[in-house]
Ligand binder design. Structure first.
Ligand code: ZN
Length: 215
């Protein structure tokens, strides 16, 4: 996000941002160059949908490969909508927890590097890691929630033919749009002949790369 439309930061975010800037200065002193790999919220929403919808369709196709098009029973409770909303809210929290557990596992400072928060203006919960990670570590932590809550339930839904699980898995894949987008951006980031570490941006959607050319 550019400076001109920067949202107001909470005290915790402000403190995190200061720590982040400090870290950037330290890395620059050490010969690294900082490259931004983050997106504006608007771009995340548009590009995120473009990268995630084919994956949604893939899992739908897998489901309908093994199941027919008619719902297998009509006995769903009238409260199913409410149950779904409650479950979605819970699963979105679980999604962030899985990011935290996976990144915390790789981070040099462990779980201490992990913080959770909510961007209230966008009603978006998030998890952020204040330790630098390798590309592989960052990608594993970014994709893990979508694998655990989206891909695996999607496969189980295809095997069991259970429609509510199919819907939930589809929604949880959709919820991973931003993560998949960042992973795609990360995979395209291939500086030649350089040492690279990645650091989550404390307040933006995405991360920065520290790149040090090998001489
Ligand atoms: Zn996520």
């Amino acid at each position: 996000m550019s400076d001109k439309k920067e949202r107001k930061l909470t005290k915790r975010e402000q403190r995190r941002k200061e720590k982040f800037i400090e870290k950037c200065h330290l890395m620059e002193k050490d010969g690294y160059k900082v490259e931004n790999l983050f997106f504006s919220i608007l771009l995340v929403n548009i590009l995120g949908l473009l990268v995630i919808l084919p994956i949604n369709f893939l899992f739908l196709a897998i489901y309908y490969l093994f199941n027919d098009y008619t719902p297998n029973d009509n006995t769903y409770s009238p409260y199913i909508g409410l149950i779904f909303i409650a479950l979605m809210l819970l699963l979105i929290v679980v999604h962030e927890l899985i990011h935290g557990i996976t990144w915390g596992h790789f981070a040099a400072e462990g779980r201490k590097s992990i913080e959770f928060g909510v961007i209230w203006q966008a009603l978006t919960p998030y998890c952020t890691c204040s330790s630098p990670l390798t590309k592989g570590e960052y990608i594993k932590g970014a994709l893990m929630p979508t694998i655990v809550l989206g891909f695996i339930p999607g496969i189980i839904a295809a095997i069991t033919g259970w429609v509510p699980l199919l819907i939930l898995s589809q929604l949880m894949i959709l919820a991973g749009a931003g993560d998949v987008l960042i992973v795609a951006r990360l995979l395209l980031h291939r500086p030649k002949n350089a040492k690279v570490v990645y650091l989550d941006h404390p307040t933006e959607c995405g991360l920065v790369a520290f790149v040090k050319k090998n001489d």
